[in-house]
Design a protein around this ligand. Structure first.
Ligand code: ATP
Length: 235
């Protein structure tokens, strides 16, 4: 599904968290990177309709996020940077709840699938409160993936995951991409951005300072590694 962001801005009081930002993407894996406070989560929250832009427009297909907030949400899978999971629910209950809100019928099989993929079948009946940080993260990722949404917004998906799970998640993202989903992810792990993303947007204090494929950006920066490329653009 086509994601179209036109000249979107956001301010918090006197602070301009995001200067006019535009992006047009369909079926790509896009990376959103920048130092702490660059505006990545702010942009993602506006795409999913959690906060309202000061100016500009965000469309998913023909749907305006501002005018059709509920319809849009049926097509989006969102992993927030700090997911809030109901601590007194079990993983299975939470995922069933998310599936119900999203209008996904017969979700039991898919829930089973994600619990198994993330090695959490044995924790099916544990309280979310009693899971480790990484385990909770896996449940939040499952909640974003459930129902195969056509737009995936993943805010720091790798943060807190063990190495093997980071690799599995990369594979899952690639598979969703192969199935036609549009994916926007943020991360401070430059190796994953380099390997996964077709297009990368570098933000610095709310401003877009560079955009291109990892290869193009490396060329522009005259660097071999993507890590040094990022440092080049953000000083
Ligand atoms: P990080 O890598 O640390 O997660 P980020 O790129 O996601 O950073 P944002 O969370 O988008 O950054 O924050 C951008 C700027 O907006 C920061 O200066 C932050 O302090 C500010 N900001 C974010 N949310 C609010 C808020 N609710 N009220 C006031 N300022 C805010």
């Amino acid at each position: 599904m086509n994601l179209s962001i036109s000249n979107v801005t956001k301010s918090y009081g006197d602070l301009t968290a995001l200067h006019p930002f535009s992006l047009e993407s369909e079926g790509e894996i896009c990376g959103l990177i920048g130092n702490n406070g660059a505006g990545k989560s702010t942009l993602m929250k506006m795409i999913v309709g959690l906060i309202v832009p000061k100016k500009g427009k965000i469309l998913l297909g023909e749907m305006d996020v501002k005018k059709m907030p509920e319809a849009v949400k049926h097509h989006i899978g969102y992993l927030p940077e700090s997911p809030l999971l109901y601590p007194r629910l079990t993983p299975e209950e939470l995922l069933l709840y998310v599936a119900e809100i999203k209008g996904i019928e017969k979700a039991t099989e898919e829930i089973e699938y994600w619990l198994e993929i993330f090695g959490l079948s044995a924790k099916r009946n544990a309280l979310l409160n009693d899971l480790s940080f990484g385990m909770k993260k896996k449940i939040a990722i499952s909640a974003a993936l459930i129902g195969s949404p056509s737009l995936l917004i993943l805010d720091e998906p790798f943060n807190g995951l063990d190495v093997a799970t980071m690799e599995s998640l990369s594979e899952i993202i690639r598979k969703r991409h192969a199935a036609g989903a549009t994916i926007l992810l943020s991360s401070h792990l430059m190796s994953y951005i380099d390997r996964l993303c077709e297009r990368v947007f570098i933000l610095e204090q709310g401003k877009l300072v560079a955009e291109g494929s990892p290869g193009d950006l490396k060329k522009q920066a005259n660097q071999v590694s993507f890590h040094d490329t990022f440092l080049h653009f953000t000083k």
